[in-house]
Design a protein around this ligand. Structure first.
Ligand SMILES: O=c1ccn([C@@H]2O[C@H](COP(=O)(O)OP(=O)(O)O[C@H]3OC[C@@H](O)[C@H](O)[C@H]3O)[C@@H](O)[C@H]2O)c(=O)[nH]1
Length: 423
């Protein structure tokens, strides 16, 4: 945190000299009595000026004054979770809170759910544990104020638009949202001395590599605006951290699935974005009869069964990778890790697992390819296994989908129907 306290004595000094100048020692200064009001007046003015300066500094984004969320409790790490109302961000916030971190969530609720925040608040009502700030990361002034009022120890930056298909239709939205919000966060971190960043990146930054599995040194050639924008954000972060004492972890997620095994949180995409939705949401929507059937997009890929291959990683394992990254983040070091199981599964395999998990014979329609899709991606997670001692634990696709299905069935309207916190 940037210390501006040195500015206060300086301004006070500037207002002091004449008022504090020692009186002449020769003889009785008869003017003393009539000079007193003058001196007092100057003192009052000096005090007013100092008070005004302090007020201005407090309003200013660079003031590092404490708030109730400051580092009051020694040893308790305060993490800013951007996008904490979203699917992965809310699961990360839950895990951090369970592990005794203090959490501030910033979310503009454009894609996330207030219902997820409410559940976290019910679970962690103690003052000072969880703070929710409804704000847009595009607003640099507001973001600066948030940093000024809170002494964050680390940032987990989840907030972003994240649908591959949508990114091909609305590229500017994706480039803007992903790069400029990251810039605002980095600038605020620099201005307020926050040195640790865990960044949510994606396997989409690799595009369609020639060799599988994908390692962290596999060349990145993204093929859709989502992947390209995430690669740009990675580059911005890497350039920014070069030669600094920043501790940076970039996590390249493969395909997140599943939900909290205790049924408190789930995946609740916006109904209006259904057409861009991910395979997991589409499968559940089809099983629930919300949509007539699942559309498998593309059956002529050069894969074993003609459908795309992805590496599905359970969200609880994914957030575990974040906590381990936070723990292992070190000043002046950048860590880049793939977060996946290391196993590729086709869309057809996914659909079969989903049918078993839901017990519903989902109707499947086969369609053309979706623009922006790549045939096959799956990770080599050996670097994260080795360096962070992390490995995926819930690797049974059907098990992850069964857990997520339980939440879906009990939340037919997403978080809107969540009147009870299931423990
Ligand atoms: O309704 C659908 C949805 C998806 N699919 C297919 O399922 C596969 C997976 O698609 P998803 O949209 O679930 O996921 P994607 O692989 O495109 O990207 C996902 O994983 C990486 C993350 O970083 C992205 O944020 C996330 O969207 C693709 O082949 C897609 O074409 C369908 O066949 N039907």
């Amino acid at each position: 945190m940037k210390d501006l306290s040195h500015m206060l004595p300086a301004s006070r000094n500037r207002s002091q000299p004449r008022a504090n100048r020692p009186l002449p020692l020769s003889g009785i200064d008869y003017s003393e009595s009539h000079r007193k009001p003058q001196v007092l007046g100057k003192l009052v003015i000096a005090v007013i000026i100092t008070a005004v300066c302090i007020l201005i500094l407090k309003q200013s984004p660079s003031f590092s004054g404490p708030s109730k969320f400051s580092r009051h409790e020694p040893g308790v790490t305060h993490v800013l979770v951007t996008g904490g109302a979203g699917y992965i961000g809310s699961h990360a916030a839950l895990r951090l809170l369970k592990d005794n971190y203090r959490v501030t969530i910033v979310d503009n609720l454009s894609r996330g759910n207030l219902g997820a925040i409410r559940i976290l608040q019910q679970l962690f009502p103690e003052p000072g544990r969880l703070q929710f700030i409804y704000a847009d990361l595009g607003d640099a002034v507001v973001v600066n104020k948030i940093f000024a009022k809170n002494a964050f120890d680390a940032v987990m930056h989840f907030a972003a638009v994240a649908y591959v298909g949508e990114s091909t239709l609305e590229p500017l939205r994706y480039y803007h949202n992903i790069t400029s919000n990251t810039l605002v966060i980095l600038e605020a971190m620099a201005a307020h001395g926050v040195k640790t960043l865990i960044y949510s990146s994606t396997c989409a930054t690799y595009g369609e590599p020639e060799k599988m599995p994908i390692t962290e040194v596999t060349p990145q050639h993204p093929i859709n605006p989502y992947g390209k924008a995430k690669k740009m954000a990675e580059d911005i972060i890497l350039d920014f951290s070069k030669g600094s004492d920043m501790a940076v972890m970039i996590l390249r997620y493969f395909n997140a699935i599943g939900s909290d095994p205790e049924g408190r949180l789930g995946e609740a995409p916006r109904p209006e974005l259904r057409e861009h939705g991910r395979i997991s949401g589409a499968c559940f929507d089809a099983a629930l009869g919300i949509i007539p059937g699942l559309k498998v997009k593309g059956t002529d890929y050069p894969t074993s069964d003609g459908t795309c291959i992805r590496d599905y990683i359970d969200v609880t394992d994914l957030v575990d990778a974040h906590v381990k990254s936070l723990d292992k983040a070190r000043p002046s070091k950048v860590g880049i890790y793939n977060v996946g199981t290391g196993k590729g599964r086709s869309v057809k395999e996914f659909v079969e697992a989903c049918k078993k998990a839901t017990g519903v014979s989902i109707r499947v329609d086969y369609l053309e390819r979706r623009p922006g899709d790549y045939a096959e991606v799956y990770s080599d997670p050996s670097k994260i296994n080795r360096e962070l001692n992390w490995s995926a634990r819930r690797t049974d696709l059907q098990e992850s989908l069964s857990i997520a299905w339980r939440w879906q069935k009990s939340h037919l309207n997403g978080y809107e129907s969540a009147s009870v916190v299931a423990l």
